[in-house]
Design a protein around this ligand. Structure first.
Ligand SMILES: Cc1cc2nc3c(=O)[nH]c(=O)nc-3n(C[C@H](O)[C@H](O)[C@H](O)COP(=O)(O)O)c2cc1C
Length: 536
């Protein structure tokens, strides 16, 4: 029934084809019928062309009718301005931000006449301070080495990678286009918690293997962690890093269920789960229960992967709990090679609205907190920090680097690069452009060779734009951005410098017990390595 219902998008093409035939037959009675016959025949040819062209996924899924979308997009600027203003609040990403991604993915220059549309006197407006001594940067393949003293296989990573999105949330074609694009561009793709699929392997690009609470791809029949299966996945050459998922911004502390009806043989294979049963991702891990146990588990993952970089991803909840983990690092001497901070503004295939709206810390605050806590504990130099949460433009990335990140990840930015139109139908399996669906016919719309090239283009052109911004600020490398390079307008319209609001706190201040004026020390004193629960 679902399949037949989803065929309705071919309905218009079927109707014009039948009408063309009928009016052609009718020409036997009246020569005038040649006019509609010609018109319907032209529409039929257009529809057939839509089905086979590779540039526009929406036309491959909605032949003939799909052109209405471009018609509306092309209407007069005033109406468009009204549409922009009216839906600005509604959409996760503004039309402006998305158009920058689309243009970079197509390799089209993202220039704009007449100046900014940004409301520069609104609270929250932020800008980069440029220098009188700009620098011209030629090589924009910016990288960071991830791997601390206990890591024997450090990874020379790009500073802009594909954030975790599992096979299951995304289609096979989407995973293949993303991974192939990552291989072409020399950057990495995070598998997400759905395991390593045949599409990841087919693409051949670098992988960050994510281990979530469902232990997909390293799972024992009872759903617990299976070291032997983990070794099989982790030892693949494609796997460059191992990421333990504690939480993601869009639904922190919330598990997920993939209903049996949505489990295809490919998904079952990638996850190592049986067909015909619901697939559960519990809200918490069963492999550890305390900060100390968590560090020992990370140490074990590093051993089992023969020294590949190991780290964890989280969205900050109770700040004291993160400090418990850091205390456990100091007590065990087991220090992760990286930490990925996900902002509450992050995306997901599906999450309860209240979680998506109100649980978890936004990226700016979460990143600053993690960066300063690691500095306070004297561990910052051993650990690389990744950031995720609406980082789709060069400005977004530069600001995250200034706040303390060493690299940035994006999920929805790369989804836009493979044709996502923000239809927000990810949870319905009826994605209009074949990105977030397991419907074989719908995902046919996503032309892998074309979209892989767009993924590589998007990465390259975003790094180029970052190089231009870095040079304009008078810096030779984006890793040198600091909070003072950014200004922002506050609620009272006063402008402040980034280091007034998000200062780097001194190295070792927590170990030394130095008060900091932001409540770090007080929280630190209430944190403990042996338990996530607060000291009574
Ligand atoms: C479709 C989709 C699926 C996702 N799946 C995962 C996942 O399996 N594991 C995870 O840690 N984060 C997952 N995320 C969160 C992203 O990895 C990322 O952290 C978040 O979306 C912020 O990045 P963005 O604003 O660039 O999308 C998913 C996000 C999306 C949009």
């Amino acid at each position: 029934m679902e399949q037949i219902k989803s065929m309705d998008r071919y309905g218009v093409l079927a109707v014009v084809a039948i009408a063309a035939l009928a009016s052609l037959v009718a020409t036997a009675w009246s020569g005038w019928m040649l006019v509609p016959a010609a018109a319907f025949a032209a529409l039929t040819l257009l529809g057939l062309h839509d089905l086979w062209q590779s540039g526009h996924s929406i036309l491959r899924n909605y032949p003939v009718i799909g052109h209405m979308r471009f018609l509306f997009e092309g209407v007069r600027p005033e109406i468009r301005q009204y549409l922009i203003e009216s839906d600005q609040d509604e959409e996760p990403f503004s039309r402006d931000a998305r158009s920058i991604v689309y243009q970079r993915a197509k390799g089209v220059e993202d220039k704009r006449p007449f100046g900014t549309r940004k409301r520069v006197y609104d609270a929250g407006y932020a800008w980069l301070t440029h220098s009188m001594q700009p620098v011209h940067i030629t090589d924009t393949d910016f990288r960071t080495t991830i791997g601390g003293p206990d890591c024997t296989q450090p990874y020379d990573a790009s500073i802009y990678n594909i954030s975790a999105m599992s096979f299951g949330a995304l289609s096979g074609n989407a995973i293949l286009a993303l991974n192939t694009g990552a291989r072409m561009g020399g950057f990495a793709q995070d598998t997400g918690e759905g395991g390593i699929s045949r599409y990841h392997r087919q693409g051949g690009g670098d992988l960050i293997y994510q281990v979530g609470t469902g232990y997909f791809g390293c799972r024992a029949p009872d759903g617990s962690f299976c070291p032997d299966k983990f070794v099989e996945s982790a030892m693949l050459d494609q796997v460059r890093m191992i990421e333990l998922k504690l939480s993601q911004g869009a639904k922190p502390g919330h598990g997920g269920i993939l209903p049996a009806s949505k489990i295809s043989p490919e998904i079952a294979e990638a996850r190592g789960v049986p067909m015909g049963e619901d697939c559960n991702s519990p809200p918490g891990h069963s492999a550890f229960g305390t900060p100390l146990e968590m560090m020992h588990f990370l140490g074990r993952l590093r051993e089992l992967s023969q020294g590949k970089p190991v780290g964890f991803k989280l969205c900050i909840g109770h700040r004291r709990e993160f400090m418990c983990m850091v205390k456990a690092m100091l007590e065990t001497g087991i220090v992760p090679d990286f930490i990925v901070v996900d902002g509450k503004e992050g995306g997901t295939g599906a999450a309860p609205l209240e979680f998506a709206n109100h649980v978890g810390m936004p990226l700016v605050e979460g990143l600053t907190f993690v960066h300063n806590t690691m500095r306070g504990a004297g561990l910052r130099d051993r650990v690389r920090i990744g950031a995720a949460g609406k980082l789709i433009t060069a400005f977004d990335i530069a600001r995250a680097l200034a706040l303390g990140a060493d690299w940035a990840n994006s999920a929805r930015g790369y989804m836009f690069a493979i044709g996502c139109i923000q239809g927000q139908a990810c949870h319905t399996n009826r994605c209009p452009v074949g990105v977030a669906t397991q419907d074989k016919l719908r995902q046919r719309a996503l032309n892998v060779p074309d979209k892989s090239q767009r993924v590589a283009n998007f990465h390259r052109n975003t790094m180029r734009a970052l190089g231009e911004m870095t040079g304009a600020a008078g810096l030779s490398d984006p890793g040198k951005f600091l909070p003072r390079h950014f200004m922002m307008r506050q609620k009272d319209e006063a402008m402040v410098s980034g280091d007034d609001v998000f200062p780097y706190l001194p190295d070792g201040f927590l170990i030394a017990g130095e008060p900091d004026g932001f409540g770090y020390l007080d929280r630190w004193n209430r944190a403990r390595a042996a338990s996530f629960s607060p000291i009574d």
